[in-house]
Design a binder for this molecule. Structure first.
Ligand SMILES: Nc1ncnc2c1ncn2[C@@H]1O[C@H](COP(=O)(O)OP(=O)(O)OP(=O)(O)O)[C@@H](O)[C@H]1O
Length: 336
């Protein structure tokens, strides 16, 4: 469905030294530097997959999504989405994709979302009966019946995001690029949006690429992740494989039936945190059963779970490793 080979995107940035004289000079002799936002990346995504596109700020995620949706021309490499070249922006291509940018809105500010839906119906030439069916379904799934007649500016951030998604899906795109779809939303609205996105993918087999700084989004939605750092791919594979490679240790989470001092906990495993009747121990994955048995016999355990390290920690560690590798300039192999 999506094929990217050796994609590069170079931005040409006007360089201007500080100061009035430099500003005046730059009017006559403009100097440019080049920023390689995406520096030769390749990947394939099959129809119906849900893929998380992860990386620190400035890694090149949004640039890649903009190239894939035809908003930016690549500087090099081949890109195909549904068998078409995005940069040609053919009608059939535009009707098959949608880019949702969490930080920008397509809803018309002073008009109700229903007007934007109608506009999108006309733009995408969706037949009226199909439009009515799709809209009724989206209104029900997203629970936005009471909202779509009110001016967008009166809606809360979360309510607007739900309407943004509805507007994006009026034409039933086969490929959905979601750039930070839950940014700024409270936890319960994030969950609602995630559930909806997953439902949409399962119901229609739509292909989905998502970027998010919220690791809960990624854990809930993306079995596969592509990690990009400084314009290059440093991992492409199963999320669980990434976690296993970077942080093979496990967390044993204990709910305790009485006060236990840190000395007793340390005798069982490395204490990550404790207090309020809970303790979290870090142990090597081969030591889990021994630690669990030890905890059950030595401590007043009411409940116990074994978990992976939090994804936030895994990602932080991966980016730190990449940074150290770049600093050493030892040409180390990427993880994928
Ligand atoms: N229009 C532009 N002109 C010049 N440089 C740009 C432009 N857009 C992005 N960049 C640069 O390209 C690099 C990649 O930016 P991009 O927005 O793709 O990153 P990102 O991974 O989406 O980051 P974030 O997580 O912060 O949104 C950054 O160094 C950024 O400063």
């Amino acid at each position: 469905m999506i094929s990217v080979r050796g994609l590069r995107k170079i931005y040409r940035v006007h360089k201007r030294a500080a100061g009035l004289k430099a500003a005046a000079l730059s009017l006559f002799r403009r100097q440019y530097t080049e920023v390689a936002a995406v520096d030769g990346i390749s990947f394939e995504i099959a129809a119906g997959e849900r893929v998380g596109f992860l990386g620190p700020n400035g890694a090149g995620k949004t640039t890649t999504l903009k190239v894939l949706s035809g908003l930016l021309h690549p500087s090099g490499g081949q890109v195909s989405v549904g068998g078409r070249e995005p940069r040609k922006r053919e009608d059939a291509f535009l009707k098959s994709i949608m880019l949702v940018l969490g930080q920008k809105q397509q809803l018309l500010w002073d008009l109700p979302p229903s007007e934007t839906f109608e506009l999108n119906r006309a733009i995408y030439q969706v037949p009226r009966d199909e439009y009515a069916r799709t809209l009724a379904e989206l209104v029900e799934l997203l629970e936005i019946g009471d909202l779509i007649g009110r001016p967008s500016r009166q809606l809360s951030l979360g309510e607007r995001m739900k309407c943004e998604l509805a507007a994006a899906l009026i034409h039933h795109p086969k490929v959905l690029f979601l750039d930070e779809p839950t940014i700024g939303l409270d936890v319960s609205m994030q969950t609602t949006i995630r559930r909806f996105i997953k439902d949409y993918n399962e119901r229609y087999g739509a292909t989905l690429i998502l970027t998010s700084h919220y690791m809960d989004d990624v854990a809930a939605l993306c079995p596969r992740v592509i990690v990009i750092d400084k314009g290059r791919i440093s991992f492409d594979g199963k999320l669980e494989e990434l976690v296993r490679r970077i942080r093979p240790d496990k967390r044993v989470v204990l709910r305790l039936g009485g006060h236990v001092d840190v000395g007793r906990l340390s005798a069982v495993g490395t204490v990550v945190r404790h207090g309020n009747g809970e303790a979290v121990l870090q142990v090597g994955h081969e030591d889990v059963s021994r630690t669990v048995a030890h905890a059950l016999s030595a401590l007043p355990v009411k409940d116990l779970t074994v978990e992976d390290a939090p994804l936030e920690e895994v990602m932080r560690e991966l980016f730190e490793q990449n940074r150290a590798m770049t600093a050493r300039k030892d040409g180390g192999e990427p993880l994928s």
